[in-house]
Design a protein around this ligand. Structure first.
Ligand code: SAM
Length: 248
């Protein structure tokens, strides 16, 4: 394993312990929006890229023939649950593993912002392994508007190394990989608890406190964009996600 991969494994080992207790990751309406966008069928073979603890994979599994979860982190995969039509593989999506044109659907929720180097290789790989006519369902968290992007980047700088995408960046990457009929929708998760997000993040308390403070001391345009409410010591915000579907 190279140094970056060792660092990544350490990062996910800490996060894996409480990942399944994250409010956003389990929110039913967001999961349903991703599942609905996929238009899954009972005969489908599906790949869930960056499956983590398998939350999305478990939501899709009852609707399809077989689903495979792929992830680089052993620790995250160890928190997943193997049953019936589900399989898991420890791989990096940028390193080709499957044959060409085998999957009916490829899904990736909240994984691509962690693929900092050679992100295009990951998109190209999703394209390569899809059958002609197959669909790629990509979902990422996004700043609520362009004005807030710089604040969003500042906050996340403290939390993790990541890419901040706007919907047009993701669309462009998909277009470049060869995807067509690209459709974009957004989903807003109301009242996400910043306390829950931070407490289950595995971050040291000092960083958690700093990020919390950055929210409550943020300028008015930020609070307005996030529809921020301070209730009983918690900070509740509306989080925006983009769901992009492209066809091979
Ligand atoms: C925020 S979690 C998302 C997990 C899951 N998709 C969900 O929505 O709950 C991101 C996951 O992407 C995985 N990941 C990051 N880079 C990856 C890569 N290059 N190949 C495969 N998985 C990757 C991480 O290990 C982590 O489990």
């Amino acid at each position: 394993m190279n140094e970056r991969k060792i660092e990544q494994e350490k990062f996910w080992k800490v996060r894996a312990k409480q990942y399944n207790e994250l409010q956003w990751a389990n929110e039913k309406n967001y999961l349903n929006a991703v599942v609905e966008a996929g238009d899954f069928k009972k005969n489908h073979l599906v790949l869930d890229v960056g499956t983590g603890t398998g939350i999305v994979l478990h939501a899709i599994a009852p609707k399809v023939h077989e689903i495979i979860g792929l992830d680089i982190s052993q620790a995250m995969l160890e928190h997943s649950n193997w049953q019936n039509n589900k399989y898991f593989v420890k791989r990096d999506i940028r390193e080709p593993f499957f044959h060409e044109s085998v999957f009916d659907r490829v899904v990736a929720r909240m994984a691509f912002h962690h693929i900092i180097e050679d992100t295009h290789k990951a998109v190209d790989e999703c394209y390569r392994i899809l059958k002609p006519g197959g669909k790629f369902i990509l979902s990422e968290g996004i700043p609520p508007n362009k004005q807030v992007k710089k604040d969003y980047i500042e906050i996340f700088k403290l939390k993790e190394e990541r890419i901040t995408f706007m919907p047009e960046d993701l669309k462009e990457m998909m277009k470049r990989a060869g995807f067509k009929n690209i459709r974009t929708s957004t989903y807003v998760m109301a009242r996400m608890s910043v306390n829950n997000w931070l407490e289950k993040s595995g971050l040291p308390t000092q960083k958690q406190d700093k990020i919390f403070e950055m929210h409550i001391c943020a300028p008015d345009y930020f609070k307005k964009a996030y529809n921020m409410k301070i209730i009983r010591g918690d900070c509740l915000i509306d989080i925006k996600y983009v769901i992009i579907v492209g066809e091979k």
